[in-house]
Each structure stands twice: as structure tokens, then as C-alpha cells.
Design a protein around this ligand. Structure first.
Ligand code: ZN
Ligand code: ZN
Length: 291
């Protein structure tokens, strides 16, 4: 089984149309292709779909799923943001669209303690936030402005948000679980070997196990050339395996050429971490296949 559930198109910040992605997946011999447009339904920021386009996106995918049904299984999903109060990756929120799956992702990073108290309008929207996987300048400025230069606090908050999302929301796949590493190769704002960092990984793995989430091995950073590794790191993957957290393989593709980017080396990495099987979603349920 060759599958991918993390696919972006021109409906959000991807470069290719839904149909081009499907045709490329067929060429690359995929059995299942799931689409995961960026969403914080019913709201949106610039790289996410508006409520109206979400409905059109869903219609298009359902139609294409029927047209291509003989060749490939096409699934409708979302990469839904966790941004407490504003957006949660919860099946209840997306119920009228009836997606086949949801990926829950933390992109926005803010100081949890100030989120509900500091905004004078009392809207619950934090004064300042930044994207953990944003450009280097944004991450550098974000750590300074939101966390007063305390990078450790920023990283701990990132994992704390991740755990809150896992506990509080009903979704299928945890998206790029340690994407906070994306800019660490150049910015070096934390040490992945520090004991506090390892503790965050263990606590997060424990939570994912408790709430029965599938964690994706995400190769998107390799495709973008920003990090020479998939998420999660090998150390994190070993920890996840020790807590029996199931994994699936996703490319987070924004272009047709990246649909199976680094799949071969990522499968080897999963084996090295001790995994013997991978999860895949097909015919409406999660199943396992041998690695
Ligand atoms: Zn993402
Ligand atoms: Zn994505």
C-alpha cells in the first residue's frame, strides 16, 4: 500500500491543482491519496481556505474521487490548525463537510498564559503570535517578542500546545509533531539532546498514546530543502515507538513532484526506530501494513 494523507493544492498554499496531484499520484503508483487543505474553519488567514472555498474544495474532491475511483482511492481531509478558541481540529466543527480524516497541526505559537488575559478587547486572540515553521526572521523575532528571548520557553510552549490539542480535540493524525526543529538547524535556539527537551518528547508521546492518535512521519521539510530530515526526529520516533504510538507516512506535498519525496529513507528510518508496521486509512477505517 502506498498512501499519503497530507497534500496541499492551489485551494490553499499548494502549487498544483487537485486533479494534477491525483494524476501524479497515479503515475507514482499510490493506492490512496488524501487531501489536507489548510483550514481553521470557519475562519481563515491568508494561507488557509475561507469557509466558502472549503465547501467548493470538498465538492471538487468528492467529484474527482468518483471519477478516479477505479484507479485510486481519493480522500477528503483538512490540515486543521490548533489555535485555542479560534480554531480546533475537531470533527464536530467540520461535521457538515464530513471529511474522511483530519490532521491536527500546531503552526501558531504564543504564550499560553497571556492569551486570554492581555488582549484589551478581551477577544481571546493573543497580541502576538508567530508560526513555529515560519521563515527564520519570523521565528527569531517571535521568540524575542512573544517569549522575551526565552527559546526554551517557546519550545516548551510548542509541545504543551501539541499536548493540549491531542487531549482536547477529535482528529486522526498529529501533523509534523516536532516541526519546531525546522529552523533549529540554522538558528540553533535549542539543543535536542538536553534533558528538558527529551522530557517534552516523552510527555508528548505518552499523551499521543493515551488519546490513540496516529503520528505522521512528515517529509515536507526535505522537499522544501529546509531540513535534511523528516519529522519526527529519529530520537523522537524511538520514543514514540516505545509508547506504541502508531505512525503513518505523509509527504506534506505542495507540488506534484514531492508526493513521495524521501519516502524510501523515511521507511528505513521507521524501521531503525523499531517500527514493524505502518498505519493507513482506506475504506473508512485505519489498518496496518507490514514495514
Ligand atoms: Zn503544517
Ligand atoms: Zn501541511
Amino acid at each position: 500500500m502506498k498512501t499519503n494523507y497530507h497534500t496541499h493544492t492551489t485551494w490553499c498554499d499548494g502549487n498544483d491543482s487537485t486533479e494534477s496531484m491525483i494524476r501524479s499520484a497515479i503515475e507514482k503508483k499510490f493506492d490512496v491519496l488524501g487531501f489536507s487543505g489548510h483550514a481553521m474553519y470557519p475562519f481563515a488567514v491568508e494561507w488557509q481556505m475561507s469557509a466558502l472555498s472549503i465547501k467548493k474544495y470538498a465538492e471538487e474532491i468528492r467529484e474527482l474521487a468518483v471519477s478516479f475511483a477505479d484507479t485510486i482511492e481519493i480522500l477528503l481531509g483538512f490540515e486543521a490548525d490548533y489555535f485555542p478558541v479560534l480554531s480546533t481540529p475537531s470533527s464536530g466543527i467540520y461535521k457538515e463537510i464530513k471529511p474522511d480524516f483530519l490532521i491536527g497541526s500546531v503552526h501558531f505559537l504564543f504564550d499560553e498564559k497571556t492569551v486570554y488575559t492581555k488582549n484589551p478587547e478581551g477577544s481571546g486572540i493573543p497580541y502576538t503570535c508567530f508560526t513555529a515553521d515560519g521563515p527564520e526572521e519570523e521565528v527569531t523575532a517571535g521568540i524575542q517578542q512573544v517569549f522575551k528571548g526565552n527559546a526554551k520557553k517557546a519550545v516548551q510552549t510548542y509541545f504543551s500546545l501539541q499536548r493540549d490539542m491531542i487531549k482536547d480535540c477529535t482528529f486522526d493524525i498529529v501533523g509534523h509533531i516536532d516541526v519546531i526543529r525546522k529552523r533549529n538547524g540554522t538558528l540553533r535556539f535549542f539543543n535536542e539532546q538536553d534533558s528538558w527537551y527529551i522530557s517534552e518528547l516523552k510527555e508528548t508521546a505518552k499523551t499521543a498514546a493515551l488519546y490513540n492518535k496516529v503520528v505522521e512521519i512528515n517529509t515536507g521539510g526535505i522537499a522544501r530543502g529546509v531540513i535534511n530530515d523528516s519529522y519526527p526526529s529519529i530520537d523522537f520516533l524511538k520514543i514514540l515507538n516505545s509508547y506504541n504510538v502508531p505512525v503513518c507516512l505523509n509527504s506534506d506535498a505542495h507540488s506534484t513532484k514531492d508526493l513521495d519525496c524521501a519516502f524510501d529513507i523515511s521507511l528505513e528510518k521507521a524501521k531503525t526506530a523499531g517500527y514493524t508496521e505502518l498505519m493507513y486509512l482506506s475504506g473508512g477505517s485505519w489498518k496496518t501494513r507490514k514495514l
